[in-house]
Design a protein around this ligand. Sequence first.
Ligand code: ARG
Length: 458
Amino acid sequence: MALWGGRFSKDPDQLVLEYDACIGMGERMAQQDILGSLAHARMLGEQGIIPKEDAEAIVRGLEGILSDVRAGKITWSVDAEDIHMNVETLLTERIGEAGKRLHTGRSRNDQVALDNHMIAMDQCKQTVSLLKGLISLLLETAREHLNTAMPGYTHLQHAQPVTLAHHLMAYVEMFLRDARRFNFTCEMADEMPLGSGALAATTYPLNRERVAELLGFSAITENSLDGVSSRDYFLDYIYAASCCMMHLSRFCEELVLWNSSEFRFVEMDDAFATGSSIMPQKKNPDIAELMRGKTGRVYGDLVALLTVMKGLPLAYNKDMQEDKERFWDAADTLNRSLEVFSAMFASMTFRTDVMRRSALDGFANATDCADYLVRRGVAFRDAHRIVGELVAYCLDAGKTLEELTPEEYRRFDPAFGEDVYGAISLETCVGARSIPGGPAPQAVAAAIASAEKKLAAL
Ligand code: ARG
């Protein structure tokens, strides 16, 4: 008979048991569930709500179950529906009557909320630690490439030259923000919901602050209805995960492009590429592509859980049991992606010579050429048109701006002097963009120093 079977004249249909059970997902919260019960039982004993000896027996029993769970010795059963009732049933089997007092002043509704809060906080910490590893790796690579010129793009067209360090630091900024989002999500989840009961708290004199303290929470939830029916902390996590996957997917897309024969900016390590079953020459950047694809799945988790929660009346509704699969799918996908991305990135080779050649190509210095004329007194709008005409001329003549003769320059505007070549060289173009946030080596070095401080503060 189910733990709640008293008012029923029949056992649940087998179809119901299987459809309703969530022990598959519940297994992953077994440790949090037992830790929560340990704190609850200790508090019940301290408050004299249950006899001290019973509380002690429960604590010993739960500690035994916890160590068996950690040792992988326990198989949970679908018949007991969820992790909460599985643990309680096992406890009573092991310690007898005292086990039946554990659930005093508690409901599975606040119990699952507690487990969820703990899991969300654990996963935030796990994700932040993976992000920190990736950020350190990117910083290390950026430090080596302060002077590695490459084209910067808009519309995927050569725009203005930047450096590889500057490009990588853009991702460092994104991942630093992601890590802060997860830390904020952890802060938001840091409220202890036990004591909310099924929905309307309880008449027992529970010491909620004590439970919070035993479990390391900094606060308790302030409203029992909200305590059992909020899933914001999971949604916050999945949103942060979606954002982080979006950043990874942009990086992956660039690596796919950079690895193509058209770009050849990077060479994927053989260990992180796969071949074709028919085309012997192929070496495909599958891992980067797959990660781009998995981003869609995490977005799906976010929309799915938002939709589960949409329009639900207060307080607990069984719909909410769908939360765990979406949460774990997002957390597992993201954490694994961060791990794989870091390994893939660490094994890649950058072809700095190709990047430099490409930066010299495609008129990435045309803006600097116009700025040169401006310094010579020409209005920017006129300078823009003159250099546009120069570019059209170069395209016809099959030349770059650096290859034009002084006479050719002067044909377009008498303000051009011999010093134009210095003004449009790659080093000048990059080096002159030295304001904070710019690609000049000293500006990027400053950005790296600032990112290191932010990383240390995470
Ligand atoms: N297994 C449920 C969940 O994961 C918690 C139990 C509450 N169920 C209930 N019928 N009151 O959300």
